[in-house]
Every structure is written in C-alpha cells, then in structure tokens.
Design a protein around this ligand. Structure first.
Ligand SMILES: O=P(O)(O)OC[C@H]1O[C@H](O[C@H]2O[C@H](CO)[C@@H](O)[C@H](O)[C@H]2O)[C@H](O)[C@@H](O)[C@@H]1O
Ligand SMILES: O=c1ccn([C@@H]2O[C@H](COP(=O)(O)OP(=O)(O)O)[C@@H](O)[C@H]2O)c(=O)[nH]1
Length: 468
C-alpha cells in the first residue's frame, strides 16, 4: 500500500485532536497521514552545534513524525536567510527588501541536500511525496539525485510573482529548473499559475502541451491551482465552544456598545498593517462623528524576529499605533487596541464572532486563512462584514466581501464606513455567499484534490462535483 510522506520546514501535528488548538492545515495533513499510514518529515526546530543527520522518529497524535535538527549556520542562511530574506520578500513583490547573499544561496541548497539525504532512507517504492512551500523548492531535484523514482508533488503557499519580478533573482532559471523534477506543482491561485507559465514559456523556452502540462529543460510537469481552505467544520465547532463563548463575552463586555473592527495577522510587512492603520485613521478623519463609536482591534503576532526587516516593522507599528492613539484618544476611548500576543484558534473564533468588521488587507498574500476563519466564525443571524484586499489569494474566491485596494487609503477608509453602516439584509446575503464557498472548498477538499492529482487520477474532484 502506498504511503503519503509530507515534507515541510515546520512539522506541527496536533498533540491531540481537541478542537481549536491547532491550525487547519496541520489538522488536515495529520488526518491524511493517519489515514494513509504516512510520515511527516521536517525540521525539529532544534539547533545543534554541528549537523548530525540524526533522525528522531516519534508518534504525535497518531501521526508518525520524522524530525531532523539543523545547525546554527543552516538556520541563519537557509531559514532566516534565503527563505525569509530573499524568497519571501521577492515573492511578495518587495524587491526593495530582498537580500541577495551568496552564503544564503549556498545554505539553502545545503539544507535541501541535507533534507534529501536524511529523508531518502525512509522512502519506500510506492510512497507519494508531498513537499510544502518555498523553503524546499529544490528538494525534488536533490531526491532525484538519489535515484528516487516516486511521484513527488510540491505546493507553494505564497504567491508566484510576475515574470519581471522573478527575473530579478540571481540564478532564477536554475531555481525553476529544479521544479521540473516534480510531477505536480500546485499554486494557490490561477494568477500565480499564470505567472509561472508565463516565465516558463518566455524565459525557459518552454511549451504548454495540449493536455495542459508544461515542458521545459527536457522534462514535463503538471502545474495547476489548488486554493487552500480552512477546516471549516472544525472552525465552526470551535466558534461554538465554551472557550469561544468566553472570549466572545469578554470582547462584547469590553466593547461597551462600540463597533469592533478586527485584524489578525503575523507581524509581517506583507500584511499591510501600516497602510491599514493609516486607512483607519483616514476613516476617523473623514467621519469625525464615528470617534468613540468604533475601535480597531489589531492582533499582530510576532514572527521571524531575528530578521531585521521584521524588527524595523515592529518599531514602526509601535510608533504609528501610539501616534494615532495619542492624537485621537479621549479619556474614555482608545481608537486602536494593538496586541502582539498569539491566541488559540478557539479564542480567535470568539473574537471574530464579536467583531462587526473583519479587516484583511495584505499588500500580497498567498491565500490568507484569517479571511475564511472570520466568515466561518460569524453568527449567521447577525454577521460581521469582511473587507478583503484584492491582493490576497482569497479574493479570487471571496467575491462577496468588500474588495479593496490596500494601497488606496481613501478607498479603504470608505470601505470601513460602508461596512460599519451596512444594513442587516446585505450583511446576511454577503455572508451566506461567502460561507457557502468556505464550507465547500475547505482544507479537506484541497488536500484530496492535490493528492488525487498526484496519484495520477485524471479527473479533478471539483470537476466531478461540477458535473454531478
Ligand atoms: O513558519 P513561519 O516562518 O513562522 O511562517 C508561518 C507560515 O507563513 C506562511 O503562510 C502561507 O500559507 C498560508 C496557508 O496556505 C497562506 O494562507 C498564507 O497566505 C501564506 O503566507 C508560509 O507560507 C508558511 O510556510 C509558514 O509556515
Ligand atoms: O494569534 C494568532 C494569530 C494567528 N493565528 C492563525 O495563524 C493563521 C494565519 O494564516 P494566514 O493564512 O492568514 O497567514 P500566514 O500567517 O500563514 O501568512 C490563521 O490560521 C490564524 O488563525 C493564530 O492561531 N493565533
């Protein structure tokens, strides 16, 4: 029987299956791994003095995980370096923040080699291998050097950038060539798929074959869009849990009748937090009567704290939230509640449900699961309004949200006003449309669709559903 091997930088299966304690992606991958007797392979998060290649194999929540340690230089050059100082800003269109360092490049390839060397002995003949995200783009190439013949798939969780942006990466062609050692490449959106195809056709002398496969570098690969979803059933259960209710009540009591506009993000420059704060301030300036009637609740969880651009952003947001509060607050009202802590998903569900507006305005985002969680958590009888950036992958599906350009401060300010004043009937209609899609295209649908395609099953699950 074929097993599924998932490979990712972080490995985080839920220690138990309690609702609301873990991310939907971890839950969905863990369920697949349990069903298919699989293995989840990746970095343990531990740093050793020198790389040992030692594998720790253990069962967590019924899932077999195989973990390898990395040495300090690896983490610096591969994770903090090439992944998060080179690829992350580049793929999010922040060429101004990209660092091109030869040592990052070398460290990235070295860690991918180490992953391949350590994983190789675990692979059996019929296993399916599914590699996750930009940390591990060249992994299939390294595995093929070990004569691994198995089917290998890759899913990119972040955007694939436009051709001319991608071309700014030194050795861009070599990196793309490594992707042709996969059998299937998945993107979040048709937009990313199109950008990848455009690059292959124009810069790699590639060809789009009649069956939709891409040919270049003497190899053929399938590439398609697989928009990721949330575990909507689990999230709706979480939203109705005692913990969520406690957080809902906590928020409602502290709101004192004021409307709450909520943002939940990692503290990342891709999330557009400065632009969001300034748009909210613009809304207050445009509508002075709303002062004291609303507040912005921004949860911004610290992330990648060793990377300088993240430290700089944190300092700027501290200052901006302080300035807005200093200029607008009164003795009984604070316009911005700015929080750097992390919350459990069931706690977040209660916070989302207590919100009148969800503000999800990244400058670029692969998908953005918060947008989908916000919709799943709402009370259908009195739902909050989702404001969503046109540059989040989620916008391609969530067209019933108020779609905004996060670079247009005035338009965002007016969208906030529209959301705050939206009549109940319109809120319900928009929410019903959004919820239908969040439920239908959930994370299990995403996983099954990808795995079926990787197995070589010809018809895509949603095509079957569309015909039925
Ligand atoms: O592991 P970290 O460095 O702490 O970062 C957290 C994750 O961030 C990124 O998330 C992306 O995947 C989401 C799910 O597909 C998607 O909704 C979002 O738009 C992406 O930004 C990253 O891609 C993950 O690998 C990180 O683990
Ligand atoms: O305090 C927090 C803040 C965020 N999240 C979760 O982090 C994920 C963020 O995913 P998204 O796709 O929105 O963006 P990413 O951070 O992956 O770029 C969502 O599932 C959130 O529920 C969380 O569990 N606690």
């Amino acid at each position: 029987m074929s097993r599924l091997i998932v490979v990712s930088n972080r490995v985080n299966p839920p220690a138990d299956t309690a609702v609301g304690t873990q991310g939907g992606l971890a839950m969905a991958l863990s369920a697949a791994l349990r069903e298919e007797n699989g293995i989840w392979f990746g970095w343990s998060g531990q740093i050793t003095d020198t790389f040992t290649g030692h594998l720790s194999i253990q069962k967590i929540g019924g899932v077999t995980v195989a973990l390898t340690d990395l040495e300090q230089q690896d983490v610096q050059e591969y994770y903090n370096g090439y992944a998060n100082r080179t690829l992350w800003p580049l793929f999010h269109y922040r060429t101004d923040l990209v660092a091109f360092e030869r040592t990052y490049d070398e460290g990235y390839l070295r860690v991918n080699q180490r992953f391949a060397d350590t994983l190789f002995p675990l692979i059996e003949k019929d296993d399916l291998i599914w590699v996750q995200d930009y940390h591990l783009l060249p992994l299939a190439q390294k595995l093929r050097e070990h004569e691994v013949k198995n089917r290998i798939g890759f899913f990119l969780h972040i955007p694939w950038p436009a051709m001319r942006v991608f071309q700014t990466l030194p050795k861009h062609k070599e990196l793309v060539e490594t992707l042709f050692d996969y059998d299937l490449i998945g993107f979040q959106t048709e937009d990313s798929l199109g950008a990848f195809q455009e690059y292959v056709l124009n810069c790699a002398d590639g060809e789009l074959l009649p069956d939709g496969q891409l040919k270049a570098f003497g190899k053929v690969v399938q590439a398609a869009a697989f928009p990721i979803g949330i575990d909507s059933e689990d999230f709706i259960t979480a939203a109705n849990s005692d913990k969520a209710l406690a957080y809902y009540n906590l928020m409602r009591n502290s709101q004192a009748g004021r409307k709450m506009i909520t943002g939940v993000d990692r503290l990342d420059y891709s999330k557009g937090l400065e632009e969001r704060f300034l748009a909210y301030e613009q809304f207050l300036n445009n509508h002075p009567r709303m002062e004291g009637e609303v507040f912005l609740m921004q949860i911004a969880t610290a992330t990648r704290e060793e990377v300088g651009t993240y430290q700089d952003l944190r300092a700027r947001l501290d200052s901006l939230s302080g300035r807005i509060n200093g200029e607008h607050a009164t003795i009984d009202w604070v316009p911005v509640r700015y929080v750097n802590r992390a919350y459990r998903r069931d706690e977040l569900a209660g916070i989302y449900r207590a919100s009148q507006v969800g503000l999800v305005t990244p400058l670029r985002d692969g998908m953005n699961l918060v947008a989908k969680e916000f919709v799943a958590a709402q009370d259908e009888r009195d739902p909050g309004v989702l404001i969503l950036s046109e540059f989040a992958g989620a916008a391609a599906q969530m067209t019933a949200a108020l779609i905004v350009n996060p670079f247009d401060r005035q338009a965002m300010a007016e969208a906030i006003s529209e959301a705050v004043h939206m009549p109940l009937k319109e809120r319900r209609q928009r929410h019903a449309d959004l919820l239908e899609d969040v439920k239908a295209r959930d994370v299990v649908w995403w996983r099954n669709d990808f795995v079926a395609r990787l197995k070589g099953e010809a018809v895509r699950l949603h095509e079957v559903e569309a015909v039925a």
